[in-house]
Ligand binder design. Sequence first.
Ligand code: FAD
Length: 425
Amino acid sequence: MPAESTTCLIAGGGPAGIVLGLLLARAGVDVHVLEKHDDFLRDFRGDTVHPTTQALLDQLGLTEEFASIVRGRIREVEMSGPDGVLMRVPLARAAFGSRFDDIALAPQWDLLDLLVREGSRQASFRITMGADARHLLRNRRGDVVGAEYVADGETVRERAVLTVVAAGRRTELRIETGSSVRDLRAPMDVLWLRLPRSDGDGAGLLVRLGDGDMAIAIDRGDYWQVAYLIPAGTDADVRAAGLEALRDRLGALLRFPDATIRSLSDLDEVKTLRVGLDRLERWWSAGLLVIGDAAHTMSPVGGVGINLAVQDAVASANVLAPLLLRAQEDPARFEKTFTTAPLARIQRRRAFPARVTQAVQRLVHRRVIERAFANRGPRIPFLLAADLRHGGLVARLAARALAWGIRPERIRGIAGGPTVRRHPR
Ligand SMILES: Cc1cc2nc3c(=O)[nH]c(=O)nc-3n(C[C@H](O)[C@H](O)[C@H](O)COP(=O)(O)OP(=O)(O)OC[C@H]3O[C@@H](n4cnc5c(N)ncnc54)[C@H](O)[C@@H]3O)c2cc1C
């Protein structure tokens, strides 16, 4: 069986894994990213790039390249129910002075390609597409010392100073970490479909609550990416009711022209996405770190999962780059176990934003989505409802939290190339 070695082995080439790989490689750390699929072209990947991530791309000098893949910009968040507008906030009013005052819509495959291209400029960056990480490798003490993966039908065992699991919500590697998962249960699944867009339909991000259901339409330029929310586990019932019933529901909710709704011609065009909401109790062990959705699976509420995953990667790179660089120079590095204190520090730093964001998502699940399923309007106190409707201070603060997240990260010392601070923060 072929054997390889690297300094940091990252299982999973999503936003978390690629950004971590890029940042570490820029610092001069040897990185190998394993991505199970042969390309990034999957339609269900979210594509909202929030101001926090835009600011990071700017720090990396990638603003211009990023602009070339942006398909649209959400400048206003609007939520409305059968009785009219519930919340409307122009994001510029919530930016409080920042020049990044919108949510950019960029297909995630283009963003990942851009980041990989950038990573590949560094000699220390390596990515293998079509590489499925199957198992974590452990030494006799049980410390993680790398991973076994399969690529091109060949099984490879790769040793690493540090192994990072960034393989998303469904990876079996989560179980192998040995940490228990706290399941917070999302009440919905999502039917994911496209509808053509014309200018009279509206723009930006539309959130529509109906009588017993809910839909979100994301403006992707010439088409709408529609997420139709259904109670968890009811996909078979919706499909059994047939195409016409689904079109009727979408027509009533989205209020798009009939021809737009009728362009949905087959239920096969509709994909079902299971929504998860959970988190690992412990994101690390000797030689191992877990980040992104693998550490804390996010609900699609707020479209913040990509941004949280990226923030995890930045916080991890800030802490790890100098330590891994130092370890890389040690000839005995594979006989030693990477120290756990910095890994625990990364969890302490990033668990807080993940927990708070998940708590807000659960609140929205209970107060808005579950109530929409039960054919009741959202439960919002009267004064707050008035503020939200008119884009008042609370609405602006909510939009600000949505756009910037909690505890936004900045890249420290490694953005411009292989110069790192000697000591972690
Ligand atoms: C319906 C839905 C819509 C969403 N919409 C949005 C949105 O608009 N905006 C937003 O910010 N968030 C959205 N999210 C959440 C967002 O998709 C995730 O939070 C985000 O992608 C997490 O990034 P990640 O890098 O941690 O994991 P992922 O994006 O899941 O990436 C993990 C990668 O690891 C690879 N992989 C898996 N197993 C292995 C293995 N064994 N070996 C090697 N590679 C492996 C996968 O192929 C994948 O490329 C949505 C989620 C859902 C369910």
